[in-house]
Design a protein around this ligand. Structure first.
Ligand SMILES: Cc1cc2nc3c(=O)[nH]c(=O)nc-3n(C[C@H](O)[C@H](O)[C@H](O)COP(=O)(O)OP(=O)(O)OC[C@H]3O[C@@H](n4cnc5c(N)ncnc54)[C@H](O)[C@@H]3O)c2cc1C
Length: 390
């Protein structure tokens, strides 16, 4: 592997995640993929190994050591290499914790982050609604002030860790007349009266991850659970995506690396025409292309994550979007090509490779589809050009 300048601590975190992935995730990946159950025993093992602490600062019982974003990418990559679905219990929690990490008060951080760091309480991030996907500004959930509470009404759709998480960061309109400028984030705890869940979605991939609707019907949330000031919800959402999209890239990277590992091993084992299929140049070139694409994604993701950790005040929007875009398109192509290496066996569920293709697909869709990432990148490019001409 290339020397990416990881510190001893970062290397130790990556190695630990790799060990947990190989020992605890890989052996049960197929089982949870079939059952679609939430992998609680594995979550407990990941928590006991302190993996949830890796993206939380020390003051809140974490071990981030100044590189929460890079740590999260390293952990996500390694876990996803074995099972992207199980990995999402941790990545979805990091996403759910992000508005708290970025914008919450000291009291809110002290109240929620230590339990998240310990893996005692999982978190979830709730933005998407049935009528507001790519057009996130079209949300309709309301959060109207009533004395010392806000009253939430509306539906959030396809929320990762939905139903299994205890802590939800939810965006709603505190001033519906202002549209997105009147949106605010709240911390909503599972069990709050008026807060219920829809059915668990039956998905193509990442089946060990739970995805549910959240329903709010006159759900009264204490005013102290407002994150930041009223009207800052969309700023928090955008800053969350800036920080979390390299993590989606890392998930895609891990899936692609896992698929390539399997393809190389199979190519060296499977014999046709009297020799291993790895002897055939047509197939070797495909493996070479996969490895090259994977390394390019890794370099972009690590550089972006390190930049975010070192320059927390700068908006890394374009590079975060590029990390997610490049790695997820790459992962889908690599998983497809890796499946091809397996020939007909690759089409059978008895072999683990087809799961990688099913798991890879979602990385092109969530946290903004890849069309939306291209929109964001090109908006910045064009904006910079216009500014230069002025
Ligand atoms: C398994 C899963 C887990 C998820 N987890 C979460 C979660 O934890 N929290 C959360 O808030 N959300 C979550 N989501 C929602 C996810 O972020 C949205 O699905 C995604 O943003 C796309 O929205 P949409 O599905 O409504 O697609 P739409 O917005 O309806 O888009 C449909 C198609 O039109 C394209 N399109 C739309 N607008 C444009 C445009 N301006 N230019 C070009 N093309 C465009 C899209 O790229 C897409 O191809 C999850 C979704 C899934 C499937």
């Amino acid at each position: 592997m290339l020397d990416y300048g990881l510190t001893d601590e970062q290397t130790a975190i990556r190695d630990l995640a790799r060990e947990i992935a190989e020992k605890e995730l890989r052996p049960v990946a197929a089982q949870y993929d079939v059952s679609g159950e939430f992998p609680w025993p594995v979550v407990k093992t990941m928590a006991d190994a302190d993996l949830f602490r890796t993206f939380i600062p020390e003051e809140y019982d974490g071990i981030a050591g100044g590189s929460p974003t890079l740590n999260l990418c390293l952990v996500t990559e390694e876990l996803s290499r074995a099972c992207a679905g199980i990995a999402l219990s941790l990545c979805g929690t990091a996403l759910g914790a992000m508005p708290i990490l970025l914008s919450a008060s000291e009291a809110q951080k002290r109240r929620y982050l230590p339990d998240i760091a310990a893996g005692k309480r999982l978190a979830a991030f709730a933005l998407t609604e049935p009528e507001a996907g790519s057009d996130a500004g079209g949300i309709r959930t309301t959060a109207l002030k009533d004395g010392d509470h806000y009253v939430l009404n509306g539906t959030k759709q396809w929320i990762t860790n939905g139903g299994d998480a205890e802590v939800y960061t939810v965006i709603g309109l505190t001033n519906p007349k202002k549209g997105p400028r009147g949106a605010s984030f709240f911390i909503v705890e599972k069990g709050t009266p008026g807060f219920t869940f829809g059915k668990k979605e039956d998905k193509m991939g990442i089946r060990a991850s739970s995805t549910r609707e959240l329903h709010f019907a006159d759900c009264r949330v204490p005013a102290e659970n407002l994150i930041g000031r009223e009207g800052t919800g969309f700023i928090t959402a955008m800053r969350t995506f800036d920080a979390s999209r390299p993590g989606v890239g890392a998930q895609a990277l891990g899936i692609a690396q896992g698929a390539l590992d399997l393809a190389v091993a199979y190519a060296c084992e499977r014999r046709q025409f009297g020799s291993p299929i790895s002897a055939f140049q047509g197939l070797r070139f495909s493996l070479a292309n996969m490895a090259t694409q994977i390394e390019a994604a890794r370099a972009l993701i690590y550089a972006t994550a390190r930049h975010i950790d070192r320059q927390p005040k700068e908006r890394p929007t374009m590079y975060s979007a590029m990390s997610k875009l490049f790695a997820s398109d790459m992962a889908v192509q690599v998983a497809l090509d890796a499946q091809q290496v397996f020939g007909g066996y690759g089409y059978m569920r008895d072999y683990p490779i087809e799961k990688y293709l099913r798991d890879a697909k979602i990385t092109q869709i969530y946290e903004g589809t890849n069309q939306i990432q291209r929109e964001e990148i090109s908006k910045i490019l064009v904006g910079e050009q216009i500014a230069r001409k002025r």
